[in-house]
Design a protein around this ligand. Structure first.
Ligand SMILES: N[C@@H](CCC(=O)N[C@@H](CS)C(=O)NCC(=O)O)C(=O)O
Length: 109
């Protein structure tokens, strides 16, 4: 089962929200901020011993953005984000005034 190493009130919440939104089966492993060495295997999942971190079988992911991307790709049916190669993920002009700010859109599938 997919495991989320987390600290309540940290950016772990974003990954947990994505897992919930995806309807994923997962377990949470609570990391105490000052006792991170007590969690068996945590350093193998994230050598920096920071949260969030995910373990999914042999796959280990850390950094919030990478974990969010992993969840989106692992559960594509949840449509959490455009997937690599999805033409609807192409940057747009950002509005009628032609802003140069990149943004992404998600089309209906
Ligand atoms: N750049 C990392 C930052 C991770 C990070 O600093 N996490 C904090 C919680 S928000 C943490 O693990 N703090 C515990 C510590 O550094 O001791 C990310 O985006 O995931």
């Amino acid at each position: 089962m997919l495991e989320l190493f987390q600290i309540t009130g940290s950016t772990s919440f974003a990954v947990r929200a994505a897992l919930e939104e995806a309807g994923a089966e997962y377990a949470t492993i609570d990391v105490h901020p000052r006792r991170r060495d007590e969690i068996a295997g945590f350093a193998l999942v994230n050598p920096l011993k920071r949260v969030p971190a995910l373990r999914d079988g042999d796959v280990r992911v850390y950094e919030t953005s990478a974990a969010l991307q992993y969840v989106a790709e692992r559960f594509p049916e949840a449509l959490l984000a455009p997937l690599p190669g999805d033409p609807s993920a192409a940057p747009t002009s950002g509005g009628s005034r032609g802003s140069a700010t990149p943004s992404t859109t998600r089309g209906s599938r």
